[in-house]
Design a binder for this molecule. Structure first.
Ligand code: HEM
Length: 477
């Protein structure tokens, strides 16, 4: 895709950021609108063109807001890892998601963010994630039980119901039934509110459209339900420490009891987990199943691997299934559920040899980097084998951080879960869930594509614009 940009000057964090460095190049835009017309037309194509024509740090403009697309993996690493202290999430995600996620983990900054991350981290330790495995498998079995031999299913709809059920149960444990109605209604309203095919989605948040009113009503109802559940947990006696709790809400209540988070943070985080964690996982499962349905030979290989699991499908055994793991990782490369996310430098910085002012929008785009020919051979092709390599004794192994180009591809040529201290806290949860659900479904069904070409929309996540239809054929049990 892009030619390497000009050699970067010394960018060590201690160096002053030189005013003499050039500003990044980019296309001309229209007065007032900037580049918004081409961006709205097809955001994925716009980002890929920007990167191939202008290199790893490219400038664009959205309604007068100065924005920079970062697709140089080295620059991405500097922002997320080496120099993360010089960046905040900034105004863009706050405007889009602030009314929903409040000051929960996804949007909090500085000390408030650190306190929250420390308070909930025990809920994402390996043992705790493994304990959610039964729920992940049971809900996948329930999905399979609902499918008839030969039926055409909308796999995006099925994956959304599945991921929502798993997350709601992990968050709320036995209280899930009490909250199912309000949580489901809120989830539907959020999808509607951010639907980019509706022009009203682009209006400022204060414009009271019927969709907006419904959205705010339902979010308020969900918050009310969560507050009631919190009161019940307190009455029943919360866990002594966050690490002793059985579910995410229990972790949050225990964290509030010891003063690690306050009451508003508790509710904001319950909402954050519910919504940061279910659509992304649903999309990951949708694209994994869709990709496998398009490649019967790969699908057969994954099935052979998981059909041989004598002890059934469990978190520890699926972790050791290299073809299954590669099938999931490759789907997250080709169709990263989070296509872009944002940062804002709090001071002038140097990236890729260019000067970037404070306060601008930096757009980090897994989508564009995952489709860059500099790092990926035939990037538009679904090829799980690129994640597998032969070992000396001839067995094939999965390797999460390296494919055939071990050591040649930069680390941040692949970052579906972000990176650095603010990487996705649910990554292990999501990867386990995707493996368990894919394994469970493939043991029961063969998948064929009915929808051949995916049409995608770049809303908050990488969503299918149309139903994704697969025909499911039951296997002998
Ligand atoms: C395939 C599924 C998923 C994908 C692709 C994904 C992707 C991401 C990405 C790219 C970020 C970083 C955003 C940034 O740096 O601005 C992130 C953060 C986050 N994710 Fe996920 N995610 C997934 C599943 C989950 C799940 C299952 C949960 C919860 C159970 C979750 C909760 C969060 C939270 C709370 C953050 C903010 C972390 C922080 O700032 O400290 N995600 N996710």
């Amino acid at each position: 895709m892009s030619e390497p940009t000009q050699p970067a000057p010394d960018e060590s964090p201690g160096q002053p950021d030189g005013d003499e460095l050039p500003r990044p190049p980019g296309p001309d835009g229209l007065p007032v609108f900037g580049n918004v017309h081409t961006l709205a037309d097809d955001a994925f194509a716009f980002y890929e063109r920007l990167s191939s024509e202008y290199g790893g740090v490219a400038r664009y403009d959205v309604f007068g807001t100065e924005a920079y697309l970062l697709t140089d993996p080295e620059a991405v690493r500097r922002v997320l890892v080496d120099d993360h202290g010089r960046y905040v999430k900034g105004a863009m995600p706050q405007e889009q998601l602030g009314s929903l996620l409040g000051e929960g983990l996804f949007l909090a900054e500085g000390e408030q963010w650190r306190g929250q991350r420390d308070a909930v981290r025990s809920a994402f330790f390996r043992e705790r994630i493994e304990a959610y495995g039964d729920s992940m498998v049971n809900h996948a079995r329930a999905t399979a039980d609902g499918w008839d031999d030969g039926e055409i299913v909308d796999v995006h709809e099925a994956a959304t119901d599945y991921a929502f059920a798993v997350l709601a149960e992990s968050l709320l444990g036995d209280d899930v039934d009490a909250a199912r109605g309000t949580a489901r209604a809120a989830a539907e309203s959020i999808t509607e509110r951010f639907d980019t095919s509706r022009l009203s989605s682009f209006l400022p948040d204060w414009v009271p459209t019927p969709t907006r009113r419904r959205y705010h009503r339902r979010i308020d109802a969900l918050r009310g339900t969560i507050r009631d559940l919190v009161a019940e947990r307190r009455a029943a006696g919360p866990a002594a420490t966050p690490a002793d709790a059985d579910d995410l809400l229990g972790t949050l209540v225990a964290a509030a009891e010891i003063g690690a988070i306050d009451e508003d943070e508790l509710v904001d985080n319950a909402v954050t987990f519910l919504f940061a964690g279910h659509e992304t996982s649903a999309l990951g499962l949708t694209y994994t199943l869709y990709c496998l349905a398009g490649q019967p030979a790969v699908q057969d290989r994954v099935r052979t691997e998981v059909a041989a699991l004598d002890g059934g499908v469990t978190p520890s055994v699926v972790r050791d299934c290299p073809t299954l793991t590669a099938a999931v990782d490759e789907a997250l490369r080709l169709y990263p559920p989070v296509h872009t996310f944002f940062r804002e430098p709090t001071e002038p910085v140097t990236l890729g040899g260019y000067r970037i002012p404070a306060g601008v929008v930096l757009n980090l785009s897994p989508w564009t980097v995952h489709h860059d020919e500099q790092w990926w051979d035939d990037p538009g092709c679904y090829r799980p084998d690129r994640w597998l390599r032969e070992t000396a004794d001839g067995t094939v192994r999965g390797d999460d951080t390296a494919g055939p180009a071990v050591g040649q591809r930069p680390e941040y040529a692949y970052f579906p879960f972000g990176g650095g201290p603010r990487h996705c806290i649910g990554m292990r949860f999501a990867r386990q869930e995707l493996r368990l659900a894919t394994a469970t479904l493939l043991r029961r069904f063969e998948l064929d594509r009915v929808t051949e070409a995916l049409s995608l929309q770049a809303s908050a996540n990488t969503r299918p614009a149309e139903p994704v239809r697969l025909r499911v054929r039951a296997r002998e049990r």
